[in-house]
Design a protein around this ligand. Structure first.
Ligand SMILES: Cc1cc2nc3c(=O)[nH]c(=O)nc-3n(C[C@H](O)[C@H](O)[C@H](O)COP(=O)(O)OP(=O)(O)OC[C@H]3O[C@@H](n4cnc5c(N)ncnc54)[C@H](O)[C@@H]3O)c2cc1C
Length: 426
């Protein structure tokens, strides 16, 4: 098969979501020639591909103390939602008031680094060539054709561990994955105190009538405009690493969102004159594969607050597994909340793939058990991992070593010297 252009960056970041956007910037700022490839026409991952406005994991839920700083906090500052020297913030506050503005901010951040950081949107990683313990090349499909990239270090931030899996690095996948959710927005909604309750009852009726296979909440959140409901309610079980099943899930999610809208418009006061603004653009994927790394963080580590000398990020979100059943609690319902840990350490070794010496994995597919990942997967924790991975990749290139040999304590020291944590202790 003929391949098109060839790139030879120091660091290749695959996936430009929460982890990948930050990883690419961190690698470039640490003087590595970096290439970011992203399948969507913009960066931002869950924030822009799904439309999520939350920056969870930024602060301890109980005290509001900020536990991830660095580039994640810089993004919040640039969105006008925090000050650079701020120490506390209201956790789970809707923090992104415009996904369009966030796309622009991501573009600006990525293009700020001149030749050091090149970006290819509309580019999907589709194959990996491994020789012995090294990834030799990553193949990307885009409008140039099949593009061959030969990096020194690869950072897999695809959320699905695509690179690791195609490099035949061992991965884990739960027999029952958390459900997918399509987010959507409804305009011209009149708010009143019984809106949520009536919306919930309407969904229960639709479910009982066989019109809606599954739902949760609904969470009707008015964070973008006073009369605009941003809806968390679709729940579709499925396997997003299976192309046919992912297609089915997108179709089901879209149908369910429309059913919900019609049911509310017909039955719930406040929705009479509403209209469907948009969904997606992609269904949100909570869980697929996770890599088996040099260490696997467990729920027990999180519950007990186990400390690691090579800690590079601080996690703080609760153990948050969504079931594949219809539930009527909302995101703010205490019944829905799992164990709330104190801020905890995430070690560097959970980002280092086993068996391959030049592969790091950051974000929701890092090395964690399913229960632990239900906490480590949130957006800002993923950004923190991205910053650690980008920094480590650049360090490895500069010191002519591999990311597998790199001492995690050294990565931690560099992050600390750059004001990027970890911040597990007060
Ligand atoms: C429905 C839903 C609701 C959530 N609610 C919250 C919440 O309220 N608060 C919170 O903090 N977190 C929430 N999360 C969790 C969290 O935001 C994500 O897990 C987080 O985005 C993880 O970051 P990531 O970088 O690993 O993945 P993502 O942000 O998903 O980024 C992965 C990126 O890789 C790209 N990509 C994938 N495959 C390829 C490929 N082969 N080639 C090129 N690019 C590729 C994708 O397009 C995407 O941009 C939610 C998640 C979902 C699905």
């Amino acid at each position: 098969m003929k391949t098109a252009a060839k790139f030879t960056p120091d660091v290749l970041v695959c996936g430009g979501g929460c982890a990948g956007l930050v990883a690419a910037v961190a690698a470039a700022r640490n003087n590595a020639r970096t290439l970011l490839v992203e399948r969507a026409p913009f960066a931002g991952g869950i924030i822009t591909t799904v439309g999520l406005p939350f920056f969870d994991g930024v602060a301890d839920k109980r005290t509001g103390r900020i536990v991830v700083r660095g580039i994640a906090l810089e993004l919040l500052v640039k969105m006008g939602r925090a000050k650079p020297d701020q120490t506390h913030i209201r956790p789970h506050n809707p923090t992104i008031d415009s996904t369009e503005r966030f796309k622009l901010l991501a573009d600006q951040l990525l293009t700020d680094h001149g030749q050091m950081l090149q970006v290819l949107y509309h580019s999907s990683v589709c194959a990996v060539e491994r020789r012995g313990e090294r990834i030799r090349a990553v193949l990307v499909a885009n409008k140039d054709g099949l593009v061959r990239i030969e990096p020194r270090v690869v950072i897999d931030c695809t959320g699905d561990a695509d690179v690791a899996y195609w490099a035949e690095v061992p991965c884990r996948q739960q027999p029952e994955l958390m459900p997918m959710t399509l987010h959507f927005r409804i305009g011209n909604v009149r708010r009143h105190p019984r809106l949520n309750q009536l919306a919930r009852q309407a969904l229960q009726r639709a479910h009982a009538q066989g019109k809606l296979p599954m739902f949760y909440g609904p969470g009707l959140i008015f964070c973008f405009a006073r009369d605009e409901a941003y809806v968390h309610a679709v729940r579709v079980p499925g396997n997003a690493t299976d192309a046919a099943d992912l297609t089915r899930a997108e179709m089901q999610g879209r149908a369910d969102a429309w059913t919900m809208f019609q049911q509310w418009k017909k039955e719930v006061p406040g929705f009479e004159d509403s209209y469907f603004i948009t969904s997606g653009p992609y269904i949100g994927i909570r869980e697929t594969r996770r890599v088996v790394g040099r260490y696997t963080i467990t729920a027990e580590d999180i519950r007990r607050g186990r400390r690691f000398a090579d800690a590079v990020v601080t996690g703080c979100w609760y153990l948050d597994r969504h079931p594949n059943t219809t539930t009527v609690g909302t995101a703010n319902d205490p019944d829905n909340q799992g164990f709330q840990p104190d801020p905890y350490d995430i070690p560097y070794r959970t980002l280092v793939a086993s068996q391959v010496e030049n592969l790091l994995v950051a974000g929701r597919c890092h090395s964690a058990t399913a229960e632990a990942a239900s906490s480590t997967r949130v957006s800002v924790t993923a950004m923190g991992m991205g910053q650690a991975a980008g920094t480590a990749a650049a360090l490895a290139v500069r010191s002519k070593t591999t990311v597998a040999e790199l001492d995690g304590q050294q990565v931690r020291q560099v992050l600390e010297s750059q004001g990027a944590g970890p911040f597990t202790d007060e």
